[in-house]
Design a protein around this ligand. Structure first.
Ligand SMILES: [Zn+2]
Length: 146
């Protein structure tokens, strides 16, 4: 069996646990063109477990930009890990400013940079969703405990 295979039961659990929101940028699966993949928060190559405790619901864009990264240098001598949806609190690391996702910690800064949260196309998409009342969705606020 493919060691990366994600059983349907896990996919369902991860999707429902996240209210079908990307756990990084908070876009809802219904508001993206492509089906949301399941992300290994800590990639297998870095020793991450193949287990729901290490899985996150994730939009295609966040998934693609994250790749197998686990962090980055936010200053020449300062490495910061990426946001971990399983152990970190979203509002502790980011804040929304209109369609922008702004970092408020080093982890937030590393994640905004590597996952390219504020690329122009992504801002345009979120602005359009905002105008339709779809960003952030009520589920997002609930998901965040707000
Ligand atoms: Zn995303």
């Amino acid at each position: 069996m493919n060691p990366r295979y994600i059983p349907d039961a896990w996919r369902k659990l991860v999707a429902e646990r996240a209210f079908r929101l990307c756990e990084y940028c908070l876009v809802h699966e219904e508001d993206t063109i492509l089906t949301c993949p399941i992300d290994h928060v800590v990639p297998l190559k870095h020793g991450g477990l193949h287990h729901p405790d290490n899985l996150a619901f994730c939009c295609v864009f966040c998934n693609r930009f994250k790749g197998t990264d686990i962090g980055t240098f936010i200053l020449p001598n300062q490495f910061s890990p990426l946001f971990n949806p399983r152990t970190d609190s979203w509002p502790a690391h980011f804040q929304l400013d209109g369609p922008l996702i702004l970092p408020i910690t080093n982890i937030g800064e590393a994640t905004v940079k590597i996952l390219k949260f504020n690329e122009v196309d992504r801002i345009i998409e979120r602005r359009e969703l905002m105008e339709e009342g779809l960003y952030p969705r009520p589920e997002a606020l609930k998901f965040l405990g707000l």
